[in-house]
Design a protein. Sequence first.
Length: 383
Amino acid sequence: MPRIPTVPSRLPQVGTTIFTVMSALAQKHGAINLGQGFPDFSCDPRLIDAVERAMRDGHNQYPPMAGVPALRQAVADKIAALYGQRYDAESEITITAGATQAIFTALLAVVHPGDEVIVLTPCYDSYLPNIALCGGVARPVPLRADFRPDFAAIAAAITPRTRALLINSPHNPSGTVWSEQDMRTLDALLAPTDIVLIADEVYEHMVFDAAQHQSASRFPGLAARAFVVSSFGKTFHVTGWKVGSVAAPAALTAEFRKVHQFNVFTVNTPMQLGLAAYLADPAPYLGLPAFYQAKRDRFRAGLAQSRFELLPCSGSYFQCARYAAISDLPDDAFCRWLTQQAGVAAIPLSAFEPDGRQRGVVRFCFAKQDATLDAALQRLRAL
Ligand code: PMP
Ligand code: GLN
């Protein structure tokens, strides 16, 4: 018999991500999938045309390592127009295989074994395993009960070994959005330190009620220490394309690219060229807050007639809700029950917690056609 090596796991606590698990369960039971965050509608056909044109025009070989120049320039111009920070496309913008790779690469670039990284919990599920794979030590700092940052707790978690801080606004899973004052407080807190900021801003174009996205790039003190991460998948309804971007000062970008070149090396060319052409028109992303706000309002209005208790949602495409009036199951068991018995998949909030903390809250994704939302609401109101 050939011998299969026994390997000690690099991630002994980790199983398959909750998003994959819940999507598979939804499919198995024919449930409406409001779990994993992705749209069930298609992107703008003009974007497909632009990608197809790039392929037919023969742009099918490796692009430059840091990304197609036209796309890097388009990203730099967009950041300058929206947030007032001028990044150099050549030395400060890198195109990545989605935000997930961007965040992992940024961590690999700066975190040495034993370095501490502060994460605010609940947090996106890749952060903690990413830190572990770097040999770093995660320092989870709980967000307040209303999911806003607790700056006293963040300050208390800073030590001489703190290498980086990860933030995420608009926030997955809570839909909380950091205010300008939050960012100024963070700026003042980090100013005397060498802490690198990794700002996960994948939902930058989903901020509601006429509020502004407070990108780290808006604040010179933060921009000087930040990897600012975004994702075209979220912005243009193409999560499966896995293309994202990172903006960071040249010195940080140089370190980032040292890792990036030996990780993915490059990201697929025709998608990049298509996105570059499509970005010439700002209307699609400038219209996104209104588009998703209408979906949020529709979903909230429907859920308000159910026994779920709505939590606030100021951004992202996620709506959280308490289910105490419906069930006393732990949240993961409740989500399985909901998928199998009620025919609607959701994500348990404990999946975003390092210690599996129970809040009796689940997350629904409202990036769905109105008909999908209405069908799900009908089932949820029946509970
Ligand atoms: N960060 C957060 C907060 C997310 O919700 C997601 C979406 N899955 C990502 C990062 C990853 O984005 P991408 O699909 O571009 O890798
Ligand atoms: N970001 C999406 C979510 O939070 C899905 C990401 C994934 O499936 N890894 O649901």
